[in-house]
Each structure stands twice: as C-alpha cells, then as structure tokens.
Design a protein around this ligand. Structure first.
Ligand SMILES: C[S@@+](CC[C@H](N)C(=O)[O-])C[C@H]1O[C@@H](n2cnc3c(N)ncnc32)[C@H](O)[C@@H]1O
Length: 211
C-alpha cells in the first residue's frame, strides 16, 4: 500500500483536484504584458494550475525510482504536485522536499494541505521569488520539478545546477507552452550536459537527466 492510497492522503488530494477543476470559473482578465512575476502570482492566486493525476503518477514513480535525498520544486501553488513528490519521499523512507511559491495566499494554503495530508514533516516551503529563495538550497539535489512561470525555467535551472547530483533528474511541466522553448533548446543540447526526452503527459513534461 502506498502513501497515495493511505488515509488521510487520498481524500486531501482528491479535494484539491476537485477544487482545481473550477480553475476556469475564475475571471482573471488580461494581465499587462510587462507584469512582474509577483504581480502575475497575486492576480492568479485563486488558480491552482496543477499537474494532472497522470503527471503526478509520473512524478511519484520518478522519485521512487531515483530515491533523491533532496527534491526541489519551483512553483508550489496549492501543493498538488508537492503531494505526489512527498508521497514518494515518504514511501522511500528517506529524503526531503524544498518547494517555493511567490503567492503568500498559496503558501499558507499549501502548508495547511501538507499538514492535512500528513506529510508536512517532509516539506520545507520557501515563501518568495524562486530566484532568491532557491539560493539557499544546498545539494546534492537529486530531482527538480520546474512548474513556476515558464520564462524562469532556465534561470532557475542555472541557479540549481551547481547543486545537482550526478544523474539528477530535472522535470519541466507544460512544455507545449511557447515560453518554455528557450529552456527546451538548452536542455536538449547535449553540449549542456543533459540527456533529455519529451514525455507526453497533459501539456507535456520534459524529463532530463544530468549526464
Ligand atoms: C503552474 S503553478 C504550480 C502548480 C503546482 N506545481 C501544482 O502542480 O499544483 C505555478 C506557480 O508558480 C508560482 N510562481 C511563479 N513564479 C514564481 C517565482 N518566481 N517564485 C516562486 N513561485 C513562483 C505561481 O505563483 C504559481 O502558483
């Protein structure tokens, strides 16, 4: 029996996925093209934008198989992806998760969700801008999930690169978005030190191994 199927975990995850189903009901309106990451996070605070159940199952499996000591996540939101990562860390019996989120509303809600699901002891939530908060991360980082604003995937990767363990996995979500292209160009170029492949889950996930 996995943590994914052990109470109280599945009920919490199910409630969050159900709440995320209502993402499209929120009328946010257009954001100015020059909005900062923080302005976008505040405006979009009611929106979950989570990984799908299939994406979560992939994350769970990758963490189980690779047994990372430290997992770093960029973009917590309400914590759905973090919960899949945490279930795998719990079932591995070792490891921890560091996740970061710009919206204070979401940080508070995610912390409560982690407590409700019984995995808060495995997760450190860093409130603020990933480009600042993740400078505090120490290695070796065995798995990274990139799921914040897409234009920041490459700078966040560069920030974490000195701490990546040999063979570390880097997973980028929503890779069909045009703004992820600079990241994909970088990570798919073997000269940059990764073996990378596209994984056809929902809006696309790129799974890359530090070579
Ligand atoms: C797609 S959502 C994350 C979804 C989450 N991983 C899940 O599956 O439930 C992206 C999140 O990244 C956050 N974010 C965007 N830019 C950020 C930054 N610079 N630092 C920290 N968080 C950021 C946003 O506020 C938003 O909540």
């Amino acid at each position: 029996m996995t943590t994914l199927r052990t109470d109280p975990f599945p009920a919490v995850l199910q409630l969050l996925h159900a709440a995320a189903e209502r993402d499209d009901d929120h009328d946010i309106g257009p954001l100015p093209p020059d909005a900062t990451a923080a302005e976008r996070a505040d405006a979009l605070a009611p929106i979950y934008m989570p990984v799908s159940d299939a994406g979560g199952a992939l994350l769970y499996s990758l963490v189980r198989a690779s047994r990372p000591q430290t997992v770093v996540e960029f973009g917590t939101s309400y914590g759905i992806s973090t919960l899949y990562l945490a279930a795998a860390v719990r079932d591995n019996g070792e490891g921890r998760i560091v996740t970061t989120e710009l919206s204070a509303t979401k940080v508070a809600a995610a912390r409560q969700n982690f407590a409700d699901a019984g995995v808060a002891d495995l997760i450190e939530v860093l409130p603020g801008d990933a480009l600042e908060t993740l400078t505090a991360v120490t290695g070796p980082v065995g798995l990274v999930l990139l799921d914040g604003w897409k234009d920041l995937y490459l700078p966040v990767l560069h920030l974490l690169e000195p701490h990546l363990a040999p063979g570390a996995l880097v997973i980028a979500d929503d890779t069909s978005f045009a703004s992820v292209q600079p990241y994909l160009d970088h990570i798919r170029d073997p000269a940059n030190g990764y073996v990378s492949t596209a994984f056809p889950v929902e809006d696309g996930m790129e799974v890359s191994c530090r070579s």
